[in-house]
Structures are given as C-alpha cells and as structure tokens.
Design a protein around this ligand. Structure first.
Ligand code: FRU
Length: 497
C-alpha cells in the first residue's frame, strides 16, 4: 500500500491518539511478531544507528517510520542494555522536523566525548522541487538520557563532485582526532566514501575521498563503518547496484567489507583485499558496529532490505534488527561473526539428542517450536557411523506444507538455505535459495529461530545466513535428515521464552 507524500512526511505530533492506537493494534495482531528480536511497535524499522557503549550501557537506536511500512519521516528510536539481551525501551531518541532534518533524521553513529554521547546523523531535507539536500547534524545525549539537537548542522553542504546522496556518518577516534566516513555518490553516479576529521566533534574539516581499489562498484555506498582490530582495518559498507555473480550478491543491495592495512591518516589510501559479503542470507543490510568494554567489537544489522515488499507490510509493521554478533578478524583478513555469548541468558527449557543420524528424516522429542536456539555438531568422520552421508541438514518450522531447509552437500562443502517452502513468499524475483561454500567441512550449526526469522551461524562464525521467513504458527517441527549415509549428531535446543 503506497502512501502519498503528505502521509509519509507527517510528524507524530500531528497524529491523533486514536490513529496511533489503531496502528498499534493492527501490528500487535500480526501473527509474525517476533518474540525476542528488536522490532518496532508499529511502522517500519530500518538501519541500526548510534550504536555505542556509554555510561555503563550499550545504546542502540534504529531508523523508525512510525506511520506505515513505506520509507517516510524517519525518527531514531532508542534502546539501551547492559547485556545486549535485555533491552530497555527509551522511546524516541532523535526527532526530525527542523529545517536541517525536515524530511527525516537519517542514519548516523554515536561516540562518547567529554562525558556525553554525541550522535552524528544525516538530516534529510527536500525543497519545494522535491530536490534532496542532506545535512550532517549533531544531537548530544547527557547522562540523564536527555538528547538535544544542535541548532545548526555540523557539515552544511555536499562537497563538489558528489550528488545529493551523501549520508550516514560513522565516527571514530584516533589519537586527538575524530574521523568520520560518509556514504556518497560521485557526480558520475558511482559509489564512494568521503572522510572528514574534527578536534571537537563540531568543526569538521574535509579530508577527501577514501581511495580504494573499487572505483566502480555500484552507484551508491550506504552506511560505511571503519574500525581497526588486531593491527588491521576493516571497512564495512553497503554498495547498491552491484550485479549478481554466481552465488554472490544475490540480494537487491549488498552489505560487505574489505579488510586492509590501517589507514595512514590523514592519508586516505586503503590497501585492501577483496570485497566479501558479511551475510549469505536473504535479509541483511546496513550493519553498524560498536566497541564494548574489553575492546569487544559487536555488530548489529537490519534484518531487511530496502525496496522490497514484506508480508507484514499489510499488518502495518516491517522488519527487525539482527541479534548482536561479536567480530573476530582473522590474520588473513576474514571476519568471523559469532552470536554474543550473553544470548545464553535467554535459554529456557532444554532438549538434547546425541547419537547417529540415520539415512532418511528423523525427529526427536522436544525438538520443535517457533522461538529457540539450536546448537548442532556434526561428525562425518566418526568411526561410529557406516558410510558417511553425502548430504545432511535440518528442516526448520516444518508443517504439513512448509519447511525452511538448511542442506549441506559434503562433496563441495556447500551450505544451501532454501526458503521456497518456508511459508508466505517474498522477493522471489531474487531467488529462493542462498548458498555458500565453506572452507572446512561443516562441523557446527548454531541456529536462532524466532517467529518470523532464522539466523544460522556455520562453523563458529565462518558464515552467517540471516533471513526472514513467514510460516504458519502451526509449522513448528524440526526434522534432521541425511542422504546416502549417516552422520554423528550432537544437538542441543533451548526454548527462548
Ligand atoms: C540505508 C538508508 C541510509 C539512510 C537511511 C534512511 O538503509 O537508506 O542510507 O540514511 O536508510 O532511513
């Protein structure tokens, strides 16, 4: 249901309590509300923003359009947590509507400075000709959680050479300087990243464009993030307009990273390796990282994609955030992503199976549900089994006609996620399977199922598949299967109440 411009750019204060109540009720009655993921009470959620550890809490905001599932007037919605599992609802964080963010408080990041949390974001504006004018703006949060916006943008114009698509500042500190990367589109309609630096978070000096070996890689780069770990650097960004190549880049827009030698700041030359996708599932975009106590680097993404119709749209809400993942950077520049350990705090009732998974399909007592963690270890080399299965895997959310299948083909070490029978279809033009070839044989699958999503971590962080699925509530089964042989299986399952 497309909204008109007037409907899309209304501010919440101009909406009656009755209308809000109706919207809330509509989304509450959706059968696909998640049980333990961060989701909007109504309307549309997109990018995680302002993710930072400040004053004893992880603060996390998200892009929120309250009044529908179009991309309309964006607010920042605020949550905080001490453990990345239990989130305190802090309400709206940044309200749009001033001259410099009249058409939305777009994405940005947070960093502590002088005891306060500085939130740098893009003010989206449109003039009477509907021409876009982005401003980079600042909001400052104090220890009481009060957030006030500065009355002027801190970067008021787009530098020469770039179009109106100039947004999503991500800030970090290096020595005495704050640096920020901003997603940009060059005048020749290719994607790029522009950098600034500042002493005080208020006066920003243009440094220039980040130099990479990817001068022509899509038409726009959104949501950049730069960080260093273990003596290397990582640049995350979301290129739009990259064509699919075999099993790569199959979603409408991509999200990935390059790893590199640390930037020789203020020089902007990045010596980097190949672009790698962060996630191999159907629904992942615009991730952002924060650094936690003890130097942990945590990533949260948007479990959704722009310009895609989702089955919950007709229920007045859309999307959720991914579970937080802890990053490790391997010496060869590959990022490993593991679900944060704190998630174990959610674990409820447990079921377990340890034994031989025979050829065919098998179900075990206690293995079913709609919201749970499933941790499976597979051993094809065990001398307890006969011929090793050529293929094995798991079907999730199994019903009479439904299943979401994770299939592993041992010969090519290929994992395939198939949502062709998962339930209500979506984005089928982009295919109904995703696959990835592992470096090592599959030994472990750690799976997080919620009412309308799955997150699958293979081999301790080597590959992640994040996807929405829209099955019927009755589709609760878990089925293990093996073809042309057997595999040793150790499976543990915890309900997530
Ligand atoms: C990415 C994005 C950002 C922008 C925001 C607006 O999903 O398009 O580039 O700041 O969403 O909500």
């Amino acid at each position: 249901m497309k909204m008109t411009r007037e409907q899309k750019y209304r501010l919440l204060e101009n909406v009656s309590p009755q209308e809000i109540e109706q919207l809330l009720q509509q989304s509450e009655s959706s059968p696909w509300r998640q049980q333990y993921h961060i989701q909007p009470t109504m309307g549309l959620l997109n990018d995680p923003n302002g993710f930072a550890y400040y004053d004893g809490y992880y603060h996390l905001f998200y892009q929120w359009f309250p009044l529908g599932t179009d991309h309309g007037m964006k607010y920042w919605y605020h949550l905080k947590s001490t453990d990345l599992v239990n989130w305190i609802d802090c309400g709206i964080g940044v309200k749009p509507g001033d001259w410099f963010d009249s058409h939305g408080a777009y994405s940005g990041s947070g960093i502590e400075h002088e005891g306060k949390l500085y939130l740098m974001y893009t003010g989206n504006t449109r003039d009477s000709e509907w021409q876009r004018h982005p401003y980079q703006c600042m909001a400052i949060m104090d220890e009481e959680g009060h957030i006030h916006k500065l009355e002027q943008p801190v970067i008021a114009s787009v530098p020469a050479g770039y179009t109106e698509h100039f947004r999503d500042p991500k800030v970090w500190k290096d020595g005495d300087w704050f640096y920020c990367v901003i997603g940009a589109q060059r005048d020749d309609l290719t994607g790029a990243i522009v950098m600034y630096r500042s002493h005080n978070m208020l006066d920003w000096e243009l440094l220039g464009e980040l130099q990479t070996a990817l001068p022509q890689f899509g038409y726009m780069w959104e949501c950049p993030d730069y960080f260093e770990m273990n003596g290397q650097a990582v640049l995350l960004f979301c290129p739009q307009g990259v064509a699919a190549e075999g099993e790569q880049y199959r979603n409408i827009y991509q999200s990935g990273y390059i790893s590199a030698a640390p930037l020789p700041l203020p020089e902007l030359q990045l010596e980097h390796g190949p672009f790698r996708e962060l996630d191999h599932g159907f629904d992942f975009y615009a991730p952002q990282t924060a650094i936690g106590p003890k130097g942990r680097r945590i990533l949260v993404g948007w479990m959704g994609l722009p310009d895609t119709v989702y089955p919950t749209d007709s229920h007045g809400w859309a999307h959720c955030l991914t579970l937080p993942r802890e990053l490790e950077l391997r010496e060869d520049g590959v990022l490993l992503q593991r679900p944060v350990q704190e998630l174990a705090l959610r674990r409820g009732e447990k079921a377990m199976f340890a034994g031989i998974l025979p050829e065919g399909r098998s179900s075990y007592v206690g293995f079913d549900g709609v919201a749970y963690e499933l941790d499976c270890r597979f051993d094809r080399a065990s001398n307890e089994i006969g011929a090793a299965a050529k293929v094995f895997g798991i079907e999730l959310r199994v019903g009479e006609q439904q299943r979401t299948t994770i299939r592993y083909e041992a010969e090519h070490r290929r994992i395939i996620l198939d949502r062709s029978e998962a339930g209500q279809p979506l984005a089928e033009d982009y295919g109904t399977t995703r696959s990835y070839e592992l470096e090592r044989p599959l030994e472990r699958l750690q799976i997080f199922v919620d009412v309308s999503s799955v997150e699958i971590f293979a081999n301790d962080g080597e590959a992640v598949f994040t996807s929405r699925i829209f099955p019927e509530p009755e589709s609760r089964g878990i089925v293990f299967f093996a073809e042309a042989g057997q595999v040793k299986l150790h499976a543990e399952k915890w309900e997530y109440p």
